[in-house]
Design a protein around this ligand. Sequence first.
Ligand SMILES: C[S@@+](CC[C@H](N)C(=O)[O-])C[C@H]1O[C@@H](n2cnc3c(N)ncnc32)[C@H](O)[C@@H]1O
Length: 314
Amino acid sequence: SVQATCFAGAGVEDRRALGRFIDCLLTDAGATDSSISILREIRRRQSLLNQAELAHLAEFGVNLGDKLQADQLETRTVAVTYEHYSLSAVLDRLLPPNTQLSSFSVVGHIAHFNLKEEVLPYGQLIGQVVISKLPNIRTVVNKRSQINNEYRNFELELLAGEPNYVTLHKEYGLEFELDFSKVYWNSRLSTEHHRVVEKLRPGDLVFDLCAGVGPFAVPALKLGATVFANDLNPTAHSYLEANLRRNLRKSQLISQPELVKAFNMDAREFVAGVLAPRYAEAVASGFEQQVVAIANLPGMAVDLLDCFVGCVKE
Ligand SMILES: C[S@@+](CC[C@H](N)C(=O)[O-])C[C@H]1O[C@@H](n2cnc3c(N)ncnc32)[C@H](O)[C@@H]1O
C-alpha cells in the first residue's frame, strides 16, 4: 500500500492533484518524471507535507526541499489492487520482458490487434486484460490474414469477449454501423476522410466509387453535397445505405428522399452508368461547382483511371 497525505484545508483541485499523484505512484512507482510535475502542482497550490511524507516521497527519488511543513494533515492508505494499474502497466507485468506489443485500434465496441507471431500465444490473455480495463470494449480480435480479398476485409480471430462484430462507430460526430467481419473499416483513416471532405463545398457533385460503409460519402452528404456512392461488396452497400440515412435529419430525408443514392456495382460500371451521364448533364447545364470522384482502393485505384476516358472531357 502507499500512504499519501494532503493538506486538510486543500481545495478539490488539490485533492485531485494528489489523487493523480497517487495514481502515478501506483502505476509507475519507479519513474518519477510525471510524479514530480504533479508534486510541483501540489506545491504551487500550497499543499503541505510533513517530514514523514517528505521522507516517504524521497524513497521515490522525489525531493521537495525543506519548505513544506506539516499542518492539518489528512492521511489515507490506499490498497494497491489490479484496478489501480493501467492497461499498459498490467500488460508490461504479464507479458515476457521486451515483448513488442503493437498498438490496437478501436471500432465501436471492438478492439482490433495485429499481433506479431511471437505474441500470438498471449493473445487471449491480452484480450481479457483489454476487456477488463476498457469499459467500452466488449470484443477483442486479432487480424488473422492480410487484406487481399476483393472486399478488403480480413479474417478475424476472437481473442476475448463477445463474438459480435456488428458495431456502431463514431467518426467526427457521425455514426457508422458496420459488420467488422464483413466490410472494410480502418479507424486510423479518420483524419484522411476528414481532410478530403474538408475540400468539398455544399452543392458539389460527389461520386464515391469504392465507398465502403460511407466514411467519405456520409460527411459529404451531410455538408450538403449531392452524393452518389457505390461499393461492390453487398454487405458494405447495405450499411452504406443505412449510414447515409441514419446521419441525415428526418426532415431532410422527407423533403429530399432522392438525396440518398447508394449503388452496388463494379466501380467501372458505376463510372460508365452513373457518373458519366450525370457529369454530361452537369456540364450541359453549366454546372459551376466541383465534380469530385473519390476512389479509395489502395494500389488498384489507378487502374480505374482509364474508365474515365470518354466519360469526362477535362
Ligand atoms: C479500402 S476500402 C475503402 C472503403 C472506404 N472508402 C473507406 O475509406 O473506409 C475499398 C472498398 O472498395 C470496395 N471495392 C473493391 N473492389 C471494388 C470494385 N471493383 N468496385 C467497387 N468497389 C470495390 C471494397 O468492397 C471496399 O469496401
